[in-house]
Ligand binder design. Structure first.
Ligand code: C2O
Ligand code: CU
Length: 510
């Protein structure tokens, strides 16, 4: 089936990009690249490290000369980076001082259901009235919470003021991130700043000679738009009530015209002539990027991919460019010694135009310090799931259906209504298909892509993934296997506006 190509859709400019038209936007490559602070534990014991994050409103200077009111984890955007060790439990206590309820999800986390950030497990703001939890339960019930649990379940899982999320750390080294996941409001929550990195380290990765320390850089790429007073611009529409057509900006997913990396507009960084590890995260609500370095180094293959959503690949994959959909991570190594001193190397977005075609710039210095970082040909032991072991095949169709809005298998999201019940430990083949374009995300465990439209996986599908970009008219086959934790989890489109318009479903692991 021939569908419109992604490149064509993007070139035509989907409606929905919001413009920061009343502001003089800064020139690119002036701001220094910020690196989010690493969160220190407040206490550690034999098995667990305990962290605390206060969700709060902050007035940040994102664009020079104006203040932007943001919703933040700990006062910054991005939030602080949580760094944990495989095999150790991390307990993160969140305190909600925002004006709205929140739900925190560790994206890519192998997390028990009660800490996964189920979208109606609300954390109400500090000082909410004692029976607010009961009311929140009632509201979730009215919003259509299905099944036996219903409103009681939601009430029981609503907390006021503070909530601790427990991450047992039974997973390999990987670049994860945490973000808001409140039912119906994930898009505006993340847009206003509720996102941060969570890195897991392990012995297998530590033993490799990869770049580390300040040459291991997390890069959170987002697009945003700003109003005249510096505030984030976001469509003020209630997706439940708005008419299709009136809200195309919303329906296509909200796009901004300012590209931020770690919260700074089109920043720059001085780099020495050595290797750097860049942990690329697309934390944009809806924008798909094709990232390339410009100029390319002689011989190309500038981006040496060492990891995907779920950690290290078995072997590096070399790319001239990387197509990265919302929520995906690509861990790449760039060798800046391939450039002459003084070269200004732009990280560009080939799917953008004008301002959104630029992301950041690396300025190559004359320094070439002694450095023995390399990328070995063998990176990690990666078990290949076996398709012939699959005990079930399930189809999930992502569609905008007339009447029901944005759906999976024809159904808009209802908490508590499960559309699949995989058994713990069993391999299953899941087939995602679509007419349009959707980045599909599965909670609890990573999966492996085994085919696209009946052919081999694409160039960006290697390794363990938790988000796979589904192109127009594509069917993608993945092998899933859920382990350790039974309970209700979600799969959904990670275009956050589609997610908020109910393109989400529960599956229940038993
Ligand atoms: Cu990053 Cu269910 O989300
Ligand atoms: Cu979508």
């Amino acid at each position: 089936v021939a569908g419109p190509s992604v490149a064509r859709l993007l070139a035509e400019g989907r409606p929905g990009q919001l413009l920061s038209s009343e502001l003089d936007l800064p020139e690119a490559f002036r701001a220094a690249l910020p690196v989010p602070t690493v969160l220190q534990p407040v206490r550690t014991d034999a098995t667990a490290d305990h962290y605390e994050i206060t969700q709060q409103v902050a007035r940040l200077e994102i664009l020079p000369g104006v203040r932007t009111e943001a919703w933040t984890y700990g006062g910054g955007f991005p939030g602080p980076t949580v760094v944990t060790r495989s095999g150790r439990t991390a307990v993160v206590k969140h305190r909600n001082e925002l004006p709205v309820p929140s739900v925190t999800h560790l994206h890519g986390g192998h997390t028990p259901a009660d800490s996964d950030g189920y979208p109606v497990d609300l954390l109400l703001p500090v000082g909410s009235s004692p029976d607010a939890a009961q009311q929140a339960g009632g509201m979730a019930g009215m919003a259509g919470m299905a099944g036996m649990a219903g409103a009681d379940h939601a009430a029981a899982r609503t907390a006021v003021g503070e909530r601790s999320y427990t991450y047992p750390g039974k997973q390999r080294a990987a670049t994860l991130w945490y973000h808001d996941h409140r039912m119906g409001f994930t898009g505006p929550g993340v847009w206003r700043g509720l996102a941060g990195f969570h890195l897991v380290h392990d012995d297998e990765e530590d033993a490799l000679p990869l770049p580390r320390g300040e040459r291991d850089l997390p890069l959170m790429i987002t697009d945003r738009s700003f109003a005249a007073d510096g505030s984030f611009r976001y469509p003020a529409v209630d997706p439940q009530l708005a008419e299709p057509g009136v809200t195309d900006a919303y329906a296509n997913g909200v796009l901004g015209d300012v590209i931020l990396v770690n919260g700074a507009p089109w920043p720059r960084l001085d780099v020495d002539r050595v290797r750097y590890r860049l942990r690329l995260l697309n934390a944009s609500n809806a924008r798909l990027y094709r990232l390339e370095l410009d100029p390319q180094p002689p011989g190309g293959d500038a981006l040496v991919q060492i990891g995907s959503d779920g950690g290290l690949l078995a072997a590096p994959v070399r790319h001239d460019g990387i197509e990265i959909a919302p929520a995906e991570r690509f861990d790449v190594v760039v060798d800046f010694s391939r450039y002459q001193p003084g070269t200004q190397v732009r990280l560009v977005n080939r799917f953008g135009s004008g301002r959104t075609a630029e992301v950041m710039r690396f300025d190559v210095t004359a320094k070439q310090p002694a450095d023995d970082a390399t990328v070995p040909d063998r990176l990690a032991a990666v078990e290949a799931l076996d398709a012939s072991a699959a005990v079930a095949t399930r189809d999930f169709t992502f569609r905008r259906s007339r009447g029901d809005g944005w759906t999976i298998n024809g159904r808009p999201y209802k908490p508590g209504e499960s559309i699949a019940t995989p058994a713990l430990g069993a391999v299953e083949l899941w087939r995602f298909s679509t007419d349009l374009h959707h980045p599909v995300h599965v909670h609890l465990d990573h999966f492996q892509v085994i085919g696209r439209n009946g052919a081999d996986p694409g160039p960006y599908d290697a390794g363990w993934k938790d988000t796979v970009d589904l192109r127009p008219a594509e069917a993608v086959e993945v092998l899933v296997r859920f382990t350790d934790y039974a309970g209700a989890y979600m799969l959904h489109c990670h275009n956050l506006e589609h997610e908020d318009m109910a393109m989400m479903a529960d599956f229940t692991v038993r």
